[in-house]
Design a binder for this molecule. Structure first.
Ligand SMILES: Nc1ncnc2c1ncn2[C@@H]1O[C@H](COP(=O)(O)OP(=O)(O)OP(=O)(O)O)[C@@H](O)[C@H]1O
Ligand SMILES: [Mg+2]
Length: 485
C-alpha cells in the first residue's frame, strides 16, 4: 500500500520547476489510497517555512474535525485543476486553494467557527502545497529534531528534551506521500523496494526516512532541523556547555592547528562544536570539508565542500566518505574536515593528519575520549587493514592531538565533558591527559544537573610548543591559569 511512486510527481527544488509539471515517475499508479497521495501529483514547490505564513501549532483536534477535513479535501481534489495549480507560484496557489475551500465550506453548509475555518484552510494548504502537518513544526526555530513514528506519533526535541506532540497525519499513506515529496526533491525515491533514504530539506535540514516493511509501525521520519543561526562558541559559553576559560583553550586548539576528534553520543552537539571550532581557522587556509549531508557552515572564503552519495537503485554510483577523503588529499588541502568518521575513512583521515594536514578535524560517536580512541582503532581494523594493533595505536598517537567529548546530560543540557590530549604510548597503551573536565555535583530541585568545568591543573599541555609557534602560548597560559583559580 505504500510507495506510490506512480502517483506522486516530484516537486522540484527550484522555484522555476513549479511552472511546468514534469512527467510522473514510473511505477504502478493508484491503489486503494490513491486519493491520499493525489495532491502530490502536480503539487508546486513546497512553500519554504520562511516564505509561508507562520502555520499554527497543531492542537488536539476532534475526530469530527478530521472527518470534515477529509470530506472537504476530497471535494477540493475533485474540483481543482491540479495542472493549473502547478503553474502558479506558491503564494497564488495558496490563495486559489483558500478560495475554493471557502466555497466548498459554504456549499456544503459546514458549521465552523471562524478560527476553526482558518485552521482548516491552513491545514489543507499545507497538505496540498507543503509538508502537511509537518509545516508548523518545521516553521519553529526552537525544535532540534522532529521524529515521526507512523501517522499518529510525532515527537520533537525542544531544549534537549523529547516530547510527544499533538500533530498527526491523516494516515500512513499521507505520511508516506510527504516522505516521498521530501526525498524526491533530492532526486531520490523511497518505497517498499528501497525503503531507506537520506535526504535534505530545502532549508538544509537533514532527513532520514525508513518505510515499511522495514519500519513496522508505518513510515518513520527523522529530521534534524537546520539551525540558520548556528550556535557560536559564545553561545556555548552562555549555555554553560563550556566555561569561558575552556572556550579560550578550544580557540587556541582550533587556531594552532591541532588535529581534533570530537566525540559524543547522538545529538550531543558534535557537529555544532565542530562548526564552532572551524570559526578559528584563518581566512587564508584552504579547507576541504567532507560530509554525508552538508551541515557545516564555514565562514572562511577558501572552503571546498564535498558530500557523499549513496548508490542508485541499481546499486551503482556510490561515493563513500573514504573516496572523498582520499580525493581531498589530491586537492592540496591545508585542513580536512570530516563531518562524521564512521568507517574505513578513519585510516585516510589519520594519514592526512600526520602527513602535513595539521588542523584536520572530525567527529565520531563514542561515549568517552578513551572509547573514541578504541573506536578509531576498530574502524581501521574493520576496514580490512592488516596492521598490528600497536602500529594502529602508534598511528593514532602520531596524528590525533586532542579529543573533545560532548555529551547530552540527563536533563537535556549539552556539555563539553572532557578536553583531552593524546600524549603518547606506554607499552601498548595510549596515554591521554585531561585538560578540562566537567564535574557533576548532583541535581537541583527542578531536576537540572548541577556541575562545573574545572581545569585539571595542567599548565603546559603537549600542544604548548605548537601554540607558541602560532604566537598563542600567552593566551593559552592565561586561560589555563584562570581556569585553575
Ligand atoms: N551546547 C549546546 N547547547 C544547546 N543546544 C545545542 C548545543 N550543541 C548543539 N545543540 C543543538 O542540539 C542539536 C543537535 O546538535 P548537533 O547536530 O551538533 O549534534 P550531533 O552530535 O552532531 O548529532 P548527530 O549525532 O545526529 O550528528 C542541534 O539542534 C543544536 O543546535
Ligand atoms: Mg552531527
Amino acid at each position: 500500500m505504500f510507495g506510490k511512486r506512480g502517483t506522486g510527481e516530484a516537486p522540484k527544488i527550484d522555484q522555476g520547476a513549479a511552472q511546468k509539471p514534469s512527467p510522473a515517475p514510473t511505477g504502478p499508479a493508484g491503489g486503494a489510497d490513491a486519493r491520499a497521495s493525489e495532491p502530490a501529483k502536480t503539487a508546486p514547490t513546497p512553500v519554504s517555512p520562511e516564505t509561508a505564513p507562520a502555520p499554527k501549532e497543531a492542537e488536539e483536534r476532534s475526530e469530527d474535525y478530521y472527518e470534515i477535513k477529509t470530506t472537504i479535501f476530497n471535494t477540493l481534489i475533485d474540483t481543482i485543476n491540479l495542472a493549473q495549480l502547478a503553474q502558479l507560484d506558491p503564494e497564488s496557489a495558496r490563495e486559489e486553494i483558500r478560495d475554493i475551500v471557502n466555497e466548498i465550506i459554504a456549499i456544503k453548509n459546514v458549521v465552523m467557527s471562524i478560527s476553526e475555518q482558518e485552521d482548516l484552510l491552513q491545514d489543507i494548504c499545507n497538505d496540498v502545497l507543503g509538508y502537511g502537518p509537518l509545516e508548523p513544526l518545521l516553521a519553529r526555530d526552537d525544535i532540534a529534531d522532529i521524529m515521526v513514528n507512523g501517522a499518529n506519533r510525532v515527537f520533537i526535541e525542544v531544549a534537549g528534551r523529547i516530547q510527544l506532540t499533538k500533530t498527526r497525519f491523516r494516515d500512513n499513506a499521507q505520511l508516506m506521500n510527504i516522505c516521498q515529496r521530501i526525498v524526491s526533491q533530492v532526486g531520490r525515491r523511497v518505497d517498499e523496494s528501497s525503503p531507506i533514504c537520506d535526504a535534505r530539506l530545502q532549508d538544509g535540514s537533514r532527513v532520514n526516512v525508513i518505510a515499511p516493511p522495514l519500519a513496522l509501525d508505518g513510515p518513520t521520519l527523522t529530521i534534524r532541523k537546520f539551525k540558520k543561526d548556528k550556535l557560536k562558541m559564545s553561545d556555548l559559553v552562555n549555555f554553560g556547555s563550556i566555561s569561558p576559560e575552556g572556550a579560550e583553550v578550544l580557540e587556541v586548539i582550533g587556531a594552532c592547528r591541532c588535529n581534533v576528534l570530537i566525540s559524543g553520543g547522538t545529538g550531543s552537539g558534535k557537529t555544532t562544536l565542530l562548526n564552532c571550532l572551524t570559526g578559528f581557522i584563518e581566512e587564508d587556509e584552504r579547507v576541504i570539508t567532507a560530509e554525508d549531508a552538508a551541515e557545516l557552515q564555514l565562514q572562511q572564503p577558501h572552503v571546498v565542500r564535498l558530500e557523499t552519495r549513496p548508490p542508485n537503485l541499481e546499486g551503482q554510483g556510490e561515493v563513500t566518505m573514504r573516496d572523498l577523503v582520499k580525493n581531498c588529499l589530491r586537492m592540496r588541502p591545508e585542513r580536512i574536515i570530516v563531518g562524521e568518521v564512521r568507517g574505513p575513512e578513519a585510516f585516510d583521515l589519520l594519514q592526512a593528519m600526520n602527513t602535513g594536514h595539521d588542523g584536520s578535524m572530525g567527529t565520531l560517536h563514542a561515549n568517552s575520549p578513551r572509547e573514541a580512541l578504541s573506536r578509531v582503532e576498530s574502524m581501521i581494523t574493520m576496514g580490512g587493514y592488516n596492521l598490528p594493533s600497536k602500529t594502529i595505536r602508534e598511528m593514532i598517537v602520531g596524528s590525533i592531538d586532542v579529543i573533545i567529548q560532548a555529551a547530552r546530560l540527563r536533563d537535556g543540557s549539552r556539555r563539553i565533558t572532557n578536553v583531552t590530549e593524546v600524549i603518547g604510548m606506554e607499552g601498548d597503551v595510549i596515554i591521554t591527559q585531561d585538560l578540562f573536565i566537567y564535574d557533576i555535583d548532583g541535581d537541583d530541585e527542578s531536576g537540572r544537573v548541577l556541575g562545573k568545568h574545572r581545569s585539571t591543573g595542567i599548565a603546559r599541555p603537549k600542544f604548548w610548543d605548537r601554540a607558541r609557534y602560532y604566537g598563542l602560548h600567552k593566551k593559552l597560559a592565561l586561560a589555563l591559569e584562570k581556569a585553575e583559580a
